[in-house]
Design a protein around this ligand. Structure first.
Ligand code: F6P
Length: 433
């Protein structure tokens, strides 16, 4: 189920001075047989024993003893696609440093402005990447390569890779980017070309399936948290003060929910995964009224994709990545709250939208560590000739997964999960309204 595609049989001895035996205090090469179990529950274990089958396994990430690519003749390229995300530059830096210092690969190109940079018609020159070019970039948010949304002709992109003798393409992006990477991998396979295509999942929404979390997500809610803290002061500073903080999260509310967990002064969190009513005895507005009468203020965190079912839309508009562009739920809520209390309760509403600020900053320390590890693991897998794979953490261990396995569906908050229960315990809001 999680089998990774492989280019040929790795035969070239790795230049890494690692061990193959335990007990010598030197890290051991990872073997392809070093599998990890996906579902760690006892129930799954017992079921597998009863059925006489092996459990679903994951391929452990890490340096292999034998490589597919000869470092002396290998050329790599890196592309960043989609919206910004904290840590992009850390990942670029990590890949360049690992290729250069671990494997002695000197030919590394940066593709400019996303997949557009693989279409010669766009006219973007490649950027030569060296340790000197990337050594300080992790101090800055954004991506030194530039990014863009939208795909390009797969055939044109593969033509560009082949024409430039590129053997490894590192793609850093979300769902659309990874699907594009898989399509490139399929075209490469069809042509019998010797190119490995690697994905490093990137989305501040944390909506890539199966993996524990994507890089940059933690920084995002880290940035949102003090904004919520200060918004609470605004709310508490006025009689019947209401602070509404809208954060990113198109179809998954992980940023809103995690920032809420980090800031327990939040009273309500609204995410795209939940249906909720505004009106009626058990509706959101009546609940808000009860709180105002009791506590005299309220803090509401809302993910941008929440409550779209409540808003009348003229037409569905999609962005260049094919994502539906949502109406502004923050402004909508503000207007509805204002209208609801107009004749009954004097309220002061402060609407705060940190917008792109949560994703354009540099990575925090935890993401910084994570980004370097992801980059190194991606390089090790690529050098061994693995292709059409992503690197990520599952059950807190670095693994390689087929791209197709993580792009089948988007990850969403499971409303029956411990995570969401923890959020509800923190806010005190009911399961539904
Ligand atoms: O990358 C995901 C995301 O940050 C969403 O939360 C948001 O809806 C979207 O990107 C906005 O990106 P842009 O305005 O750059 O298309």
């Amino acid at each position: 189920m999680f089998q990774i595609n492989q280019l040929g049989t790795p035969k070239i001895a790795s230049p890494l001075q690692l061990s193959t035996v335990k007990g010598d205090n030197i890290f051991n090469f990872i073997k392809d047989e070093d599998k990890l179990i996906y579902d760690l529950s006892l129930e799954n274990y017992q079921q597998c024993i009863a059925d006489g089958i092996a459990p679903v396994w994951l391929e452990k990430a890490g340096p292999r003893q034998f490589l597919h690519f000869d470092p002396k003749q290998t050329k790599a390229a890196i592309v960043t696609c989609g919206g910004l995300c904290p840590g992009l530059n850390n990942v670029i830096r990590g890949i360049v440093m690992a290729l250069h210092y671990f494997y002695d690969i000197k030919d590394i190109l940066g593709i400019r402005y996303g997949y557009e940079g693989l279409n010669p018609e766009a006219g973007h020159e490649f950027l030569k990447l060296t340790p000197d070019v990337v050594k300080d970039i992790h101090h800055h948010g954004g991506t030194i390569l530039g990014s863009s949304r939208g795909g390009q002709s797969v055939s044109t992109m593969v033509d560009t890779l082949v024409a430039n003798n590129i053997n490894i393409l590192f793609t850093i992006g979300g769902d659309g980017t990874l699907k594009g990477a898989n399509a490139i991998g399929e075209e490469v396979a069809k042509r019998g070309a010797n190119i490995s295509v690697v994905g490093i999942p990137k989305t501040i929404d944390n909506d890539i399936d199966i993996i524990d979390k994507s890089f940059g997500f933690e920084t995002s809610f880290d940035i949102a948290s003090p904004i919520i803290r200060d918004a609470h002061n605004e709310a508490a500073g006025a009689l019947n003060g209401i602070a509404i903080i809208k954060v990113m999260g198109r179809d998954s509310g992980f940023i809103a929910a995690s920032a809420t967990l980090a800031m327990p002064e939040v009273n309500y969190v609204l995410v795209p995964e939940m249906d909720f009513n505004l009106y009626g005895e058990t509706g959101f507005l009546e609940l808000l009224k009860k709180r105002l009468l009791d506590k005299k203020h309220a803090v509401i965190v809302v993910a941008e994709g929440a409550g779209q079912h409540l808003i009348q839309k003229a037409a569905e508009v999609k962005d260049a990545s094919g994502n539906i562009q949502h109406e502004d739920i923050g402004v909508f809520l503000k207007d509805k709250i204002k209208a609801y209390f107009a004749d009954s309760l004097p309220v002061t509403i402060k609407y705060i939208d940190p917008s792109y600020i949560v994703r354009s900053a540099p990575a925090n320390s935890s993401d910084s560590i994570f980004c370097s590890s992801l980059a190194y693991q991606a390089v090790h897998g690529a050098m061994a000739g693995k292709t059409q794979f992503v690197v990520g953490k599952v059950n807190n261990k670095f693994v390689y997964l087929p791209i197709a396995a993580v792009t089948t569906k988007r990850k969403k908050i499971d409303l029956e999960s411990e995570f969401w229960f923890a959020v509800l315990q923190s806010t005190g809001q009911p399961f539904s309204f």
